[in-house]
Ligand binder design. Structure first.
Ligand code: ZN
Ligand code: ZN
Length: 360
């Protein structure tokens, strides 16, 4: 299947959801969803989909890029795109249009409603995000490339590691390596935390030198051809005390248990419990303060969420992270994160980086 066939298949699947919301068209306003359904990667675009037309609205900056990337009919408009959208709504005599309720500003919505009257707009929560949970073989291949590049960037950066480096130095080195290896850029702000700051799950790197005899946590992701990767590794800089070594052992065991539980038909909540059960045995469950993982793809955080409330069942073709962690205030934290693809019988771990405790 070529790229354009894949795009039209995605649009077809989305349009199949229209009868359930009694709408005759779908208005796509989230740029990431515009990209998913049209191939267009610019920074300004709206998509209007009907069973017979696929219209991509953008501005003159993209008049040559958009037709090159997308198989949709490109309409270049000056100024506010919604005015042009409204005129097409009238031209195509659309009466009822589904729109992404979480992906439009109140002002934009009000404006559209006014200029496209008497057409009615029907709020839809996450129809496109639901389609995006299941990755195609092409998407999985792209995520695999992203994950491999990400691991290579970390490996290259660690070769230049010196204990006097600051957290910022190491973060900059990793991001530089990513770019050199061909990434679009980092998928999120690289997290490098050392010592007691490892107890902050989303620490920002600081200018403090990385001290000896402590933990070093690195959470890093690249974007490659639009697709994210996500990996966390925790290292020992010098010697760790027995308490921190036990923490590492517990998190690794928890991560392996969660990985082992991944297979089609299993609920996301049960993967989360598999990770938590192990940490409970170590008396560390109360320090595990986030969910076990998340989907990823065009965005770093996608559906499904691997948390205790998530009822979604895993299916072959979903790509998720498995990332339990323990964060003990004033002592330190450990997180270990891999990206995996759910297969017919279990899962394939895409992340090639090892997980035994590495001493830097
Ligand atoms: Zn993650
Ligand atoms: Zn991460």
């Amino acid at each position: 299947m070529d790229a354009h066939d894949e795009l039209s298949l995605r649009r077809k699947r989305l349009l199949e959801t229209l009868p359930s919301v009694r709408a005759g068209a779908f208005l796509v306003t989230a740029l990431v969803n515009v990209r998913y359904l049209s191939g267009f990667t610019g920074s300004n675009g709206i998509l209007l989909l009907t069973p017979s037309r696929s219209l991509l609205f953008t501005d003159p900056r993209y008049q040559s890029q958009a037709p090159g990337e997308s198989d949709c009919d490109v309409i270049v408009a000056k100024g506010n795109l919604s005015k042009e959208v409204a005129s097409w709504v009238k031209r195509l005599r659309l009466r009822s249009i589904a729109f992404e309720e979480n992906r439009i500003s109140f002002a934009e919505y009000q404006h559209l409603k006014e200029v496209a009257a008497p057409a009615r707009f029907k709020p839809v929560a996450a129809a496109i995000e639901e389609l995006r949970m299941l990755k195609s073989p092409v998407e999985i291949a792209t995520i695999r490339a992203s994950v491999q590049l990400n691991s290579a960037a970390l490996e290259h950066a660690l070769r230049r590691f010196r204990p006097s480096m600051t957290e910022l130095d190491l973060a900059a080195e990793i991001e530089y390596r990513m770019r050199r290896l061909g990434a679009d850029g980092p998928a999120f702000d690289t997290i490098v935390a050392s010592g007691r700051r490892t107890a902050l799950p989303h620490a920002r790197p600081t200018g403090h030198p990385i001290q000896a005899d402590c933990l070093l946590l690195v959470d890093v992701g690249a974007t490659v051809a639009g697709y994210a990767s996500d990996m966390t590794r925790t290292f020992a800089v010098g010697r760790l005390n027995p308490k921190l070594r036990r923490m590492y052992k517990a998190v690794l065991e928890s991560q392996l248990a969660a990985l082992d539980a991944v297979r089609p038909g299993v609920s996301c909540a049960s993967i989360d419990s598999a990770a938590r059960d192990v940490l409970r045995r170590y008396g560390l469950e109360k320090f595990f303060i986030h969910s076990t993982g998340h989907g990823l793809g065009l965005e770093i955080h996608e559906r499904p969420r691997l948390g205790h409330k998530e009822r979604v069942k895993l299916q072959s073709g979903m790509v998720v992270t498995i990332e339990p962690g323990v964060y003990q205030p004033e002592i330190g934290g450990v997180r270990i994160e891999d990206t995996v693809v759910v297969t017919g019988r279990g899962c394939e771990i895409l992340t090639p980086t090892g997980k035994e405790l590495v001493v830097l």
